[in-house]
Design a protein. Structure first.
Length: 94
């Protein structure tokens, strides 16, 4: 298999190759933007999360856990609480 990043059919080729090997790709669909633009405080991250979350039935939230992301850690309890109150379940992706 040959795959090139800029190939317009590249993702289809990659997805087929993964399926053929029984691999599964899961991508995020909610972005609180804790690594984009200027640094944000916890309140701003929660607001961005809420805006991106919308009415999704399923959510895979991308958040970072590295040095300099302390505000992300501060925002996380409120985000988890919100999701639980909305009836979302947390599951391990296998």
């Amino acid at each position: 298999m040959t795959w090139q990043r800029n190939d317009p059919n590249g993702m289809e080729v990659l997805d087929k190759a993964l399926r053929d090997k029984d691999y599964h790709q899961i991508d995020w669909n909610v972005l609180p933007k804790d690594a984009e633009g200027a640094p944000k405080n916890a309140e701003q991250l929660i607001s961005e999360f809420m805006r991106n979350m919308g009415n999704r039935e399923k959510a895979v939230v991308l958040m970072h856990d590295t040095y300099g992301k302390e505000e992300t850690a501060k925002a996380l309890p409120e985000i988890i609480s919100y999701l639980k109150k909305q009836g979302y379940e947390f599951k391990t992706i296998k």
